[in-house]
Design a protein around this ligand. Structure first.
Ligand code: ADP
Ligand code: MG
Length: 693
C-alpha cells in the first residue's frame, strides 16, 4: 500500500505543467511515466558560466558577454550561417547560427541595443565567436542567466532546459518525509536529508556535485540500494516462512557418497553441510552454489538429490541444453542407481513412448530423480512429491522458468527447495544485486588432478604459427576447441568467418574439423558436439556455444580468436573447458591488430591467474563506471542513482542494514520502520522492475 504522502509523486508526469500530448511520450522515454521519475532524473553535467569580455574570454569556456549589437548578416546562400556582430569595449563578439530565423534573431538582438549573451567561446581569426548562444537577455534580466546550470539528458524535441524546468516542478511535489536512515549512520556519513539531497541534485554547484562520491549522490544512491536490498530481504523472508519438506540425509545419501569415484573436497563438503542445514530446517531453501567451471558442483547437487530421495521426496535437475542434460544423466544415473535411486531423463527429443513411460515414472513416484531441460516444467510433467529443484547454469534460465519448475511441487507437501548453480564468478557486490535474496555457498577449491592451463596472449598475425603447433598436438592425440567469436555486425558475416576458419583448418591440418554455431538447428549442433566429446573429431570450431558446461576431458587446447572482444569472465569460462584431464593444457588468446592498455591488462589478468573470483573482481575494476558490463540487458536492476561499481561499499552496507532492520523489526512497525516503508514505496521495486522477480 502506498502512503498517501507519496501520491503527488506517483501522479502521471502529464500532471506537470508543460507536459502535453507532444512532450509526454518524450519525457516518458527519458525519465518514466511518473512525476517521481522526473524528480529522479539526474543532471548529466553542468555548465559553469563566467562574466568575461572579448579580450579575456578563454577558448572552450562558457562566457557571459555584455555587448552592444552591431549588425546582422543574413546568409548569402541557403545553408550558410546567420551571423550577428556585436562588441564590447575590448573587441568583437560574433554570434553565429546555422538554420536560425533572421526575424527571430533580429527581435532578440535589435541593432544598437545592449544585451547579455552567453555561450561557449571559440576564436576565429583571433576574434571571439559563439555558435548558437545559449542565453540572450536584456541587461536588467541578467539574473536569469544561471552561473551554474545543470544539463539534463535531452532528446529531439525536448531540450535540457525544458527537462530542467520539469524537474524543478517535480521537486515542488516532493514532500518532506520522515528520515528512514539510521541517524548515527547518517551523521557519520555527513549526508543531507532526503529532500535537501534532491534539491541539491537539481541545483549542482559544480561538476564536483555530480561525482558518484559527492555526499548528495551517495545519499540518494544509498536510499536506492537500501530500498532494493529491503525488497530482496523481504523476498527472502517470505521464502523462509514458507513451510517446506524436512529433508535429511539417509541410506541413499550414504550409498551415493560411496558410489562417487572420488572423495569430496573440503569445499564440496562444506557446501553439502550448508545445504543439509537448509534442507533439514523446515524452511524453504533458496541457495546459490557458486563455483568455477570444474569445481565439482554436480556432485554436491547429486548428494542433495540423494538426501531428498532418502527422505521420500523427488528431485529435479534442470540444465539449459540438451547435451548438458544428457551428460548429467549419463554420469549421474549409474551412481544414483547404485544408491537405489531411479532417475529419468526428460528432454525435448524423447520419443512419444519414452516420454509417456518417464512421465508416468515421475507421476507415480517410481522415479525419484528427473534430469532434463526446459522439458521438465512443461504442463504434462507431474511429480508425485517434488521436494528439491536444482537449476544448473542458472543464468541461462529466466526467473519465470525456475518458478515454473518449483510450481511442480505439491502444496500439501510444502514449498520446493531451490538449489541454483552458477559458474559465472561475479564480484560480491553484483552478487548482492542479483542474488540478494539467496544464500550463497562457494566452491573456492578445485578437485585435485587439475592440470594448470598455460595461457598465452598473442597477436592475431601469429595465427599461422598457432595452427602449426596445433597440428603437432593433434597428431599426438590432443583435441582442441577453436573459438570464433561474434564480431561482425551481422550474424551472417560471423558465420561465414567461422565457416572459413573451419575450412582453413581442414586444409592446413588435414584432419576433420567440426563446426558448431548458434544458428544451427539444435540437433545438428549437439550431434557435432557429441562427436567431439566422444573423440571422433579432433577439432571443434565454434562460436561461443561451447560456453556452457560440457565436459570433454581429452580436450586440452583452447584457441580464442579476437579474445579482446570478450569479457574476462567469458574468457575464463571458455578456458575452463580445458585442463580437465591429465594432459598438459594450453589456452591461446589471439587479439586483433592493436591492443589498448586496458585490454592488455585484462588479458594479462587471465594469463596470471585461474582464480575465477579474482578475475571477476579485476574485470569489474578495469571496466570502470557506467554500465560497461551491459548489466541492464542481463537482468540486473537498472539503478537510477546507484552505480554498482562506484558505490560498491554502499551496496554492502545497504544489504547489512536491510537485513538488520528486518531482523529487528520484521513488520516495520517502529518509527524508523514506518519511514522505511515509505522509502520502499518510493522506489517500489516490487512493482517497478518485473525483471527482478
Ligand atoms: P562444475 O562445477 O563445472 O559443474 P563438475 O561437477 O562437472 O564441475 O565436475 C568437474 C569434474 O570434476 C568432473 O569430471 C567430476 O567428476 C570431477 N570431480 C568433482 N568432484 C571431484 C572431487 N572431489 N575429486 C575429484 N574429481 C572431482
Ligand atoms: Mg556443471
Amino acid at each position: 500500500m502506498r502512503p498517501q504522502i507519496l501520491f503527488p509523486l506517483f501522479a502521471e508526469a502529464t500532471s506537470l505543467k508543460g507536459v502535453g500530448a507532444k512532450v509526454a511520450p518524450l519525457i516518458q522515454k527519458l525519465a518514466g511515466p511518473l512525476v517521481r521519475d522526473v524528480l529522479f532524473l539526474s543532471p548529466s553535467g553542468v555548465i559553469t558560466r563566467r562574466r568575461t569580455n572579448a579580450a579575456e574570454a578563454v577558448d572552450g569556456e562558457v562566457g557571459v558577454f555584455d555587448v552592444v549589437v552591431d549588425r546582422l548578416f543574413v546568409p548569402s546562400r541557403p545553408g550558410a550561417p546567420l551571423k550577428v556582430r556585436a562588441s564590447d569595449d575590448t573587441g568583437y563578439v560574433h554570434l553565429v547560427w546555422f538554420g536560425g530565423s533572421p526575424q527571430h534573431i533580429d527581435r532578440q538582438l535589435p541593432r544598437g541595443e545592449r544585451r547579455l549573451v552567453s555561450g561557449k567561446v571559440e576564436r576565429f581569426n583571433g576574434e571571439v565567436q559563439i555558435l548558437h548562444p545559449d542565453w540572450i537577455v536584456p541587461l536588467d534580466k541578467g539574473e536569469e542567466i544561471p552561473t551554474v546550470e545543470p544539463v539534463y539528458p535531452a532528446t529531439a524535441g525536448l531540450t535540457s532546459r525544458v527537462v530542467r524546468k520539469l524537474a524543478l516542478q517535480a521537486l515542488t511535489a516532493a514532500p518532506e518525509l520522515a528520515e528512514w536512515q539510521d541517524p548515527a549512520w547518517l551523521s557519520k556519513q555527513n549526508w543531507p536529508g532526503w529532500r535537501p539531497a534532491l534539491e541539491a541534485l537539481h541545483a549542482p554547484t559544480g561538476e564536483r556535485d555530480l561525482e558518484p562520491d559527492a555526499p548528495i549522490r551517495q545519499r540518494l544512491a544509498y536510499d536506492e540500494l537500501f530500498a532494493h536490498q529491503l525488497a530482496l530481504a523481504r523476498r527472502r523472508r517470505a521464502r523462509q516462512i514458507t513451510p517446506a519438506p524436512v529433508i535429511r540425509p539417509g541410506l541413499a545419501s550414504d550409498a551415493l557418497m560411496a558410489a562417487l569415484p572420488f572423495t569430496l573436497t573440503g569445499a564440496q563438503g562444506q557446501a553439502v553441510a550448508e545445504i543439509r542445514a537448509d534442507l533439514a530446517g523446515g524452511e524453504q531453501m533458496g541457495r546459490l552454489l557458486q563455483g568455477d567451471v570444474g569445481s565439482g558442483k554436480t556432485a554436491v547437487a547429486a548428494l542433495a538429490m540423494a538426501d531428498a530421495a532418502s527422505s521420500g521426496f523427488q528431485a529435479a535437475l534442470m540444465a539449459p541444453t540438451e547435451i548438458l542434460a544428457r551428460q548429467h544423466y549419463q554420469r549421474l544415473s549409474p551412481m544414483l542407481e547404485a544408491a537405489g535411486i531411479a532417475s529419468v531423463l526428460l528432454t525435448g527429443r524423447d520419443t512419444t513412448a519414452e516420454r509417456r513411460e518417464r512421465l508416468d515414472a515421475l507421476a507415480t513416484g517410481r522415479a525419484q530423480v528427473a534430469i532434463g531441460t526446459h522439458a521438465l516444467f512443461q504442463d504434462a510433467v507431474r511429480f508425485d512429491r517434488l521436494g528439491l529443484a536444482v537449476i544448473d547454469e542458472q543464468h541461462r534460465f529466466g526467473v519465470n522458468e525456475r518458478q515454473r519448475l518449483q510450481a511442480k511441487g505439491d502444496p500439501r507437501v510444502g514449498g520446493v527447495h531451490l538449489l541454483t548453480m552458477s559458474a559465472t564468478p561475479i564480484p560480491r557486490t553484483l552478487e548482492l544485486t542479483q542474488y540478494g535474496e539467496l544464500e550463497v555457498s562457494r566452491l573456492m577449491e578445485k578437485p585435485p588432478g587439475r592440470t594448470p592451463v598455460a595461457t598465452a596472449v598473442l597477436p592475431g598475425s601469429r595465427i599461422g604459427e598457432v595452427a602449426k603447433r596445433l597440428k603437432a598436438a593433434i597428431e599426438g592425440g590432443a583435441q582442441a576447441y577453436w573459438i570464433c567469436p561474434l564480431v561482425a555486425e551481422s550474424e551472417a558475416t560471423d558465420l561465414a568467418a567461422a565457416e572459413a576458419r573451419a575450412e582453413d583448418l581442414r586444409r592446413i591440418l588435414q584432419v576433420e574439423v567440426g563446426l558448431a554455431h548458434g544458428q544451427m538447428p539444435g540437433a545438428r549442433r549437439e550431434a557435432v558436439m557429441a562427436d567431439f566429446a566422444d573423440g571422433r573429431i579432433p577439432i571443434l570450431v565454434a562460436t561461443t556455444v561451447v560456453e556452457v558446461g560440457v565436459d570433454v576431458p581429452n580436450a586440452s587446447i583452447m584457441v580464442i580468436e579476437h579474445a579482446d572482444r570478450f569479457g574476462l569472465a567469458q574468457l575464463h569460462q571458455l578456458r575452463g573447458r580445458v585442463g580437465r584431464g591429465a594432459k598438459a593444457s594450453a589456452c591461446i588468446l589471439l587479439y586483433g591488430d592493436t591492443l589498448g592498455e586496458t585490454a592488455k591488462e585484462r588479458l594479462e589478468t587471465l594469463r596470471r591467474t585461474e582464480d575465477g573470483f579474482e578475475i571477476a573482481e579485476e574485470d569489474f575494476r578495469l571496466r570502470g563506471g557506467g554500465d560497461p558490463l551491459g548489466l541492464k540487458q542481463s537482468g540486473f536492476p537498472a539503478y537510477r542513482f546507484a552505480d554498482p561499481i562506484r558505490h560498491r561499499s554502499l551496496m554492502l552496507a545497504a544489504a547489512d542494514d536491510a537485513r538488520l532492520i528486518l531482523g529487528r523489526d520484521p513488520d516495520l512497525l517502529s518509527p524508523r520502520g514506518e519511514a522505511v516503508k515509505t522509502l520502499e514505496a518510493l522506489f517500489d521495486w516490487r512493482n517497478d522492475r518485473p525483471g527482478l522477480d
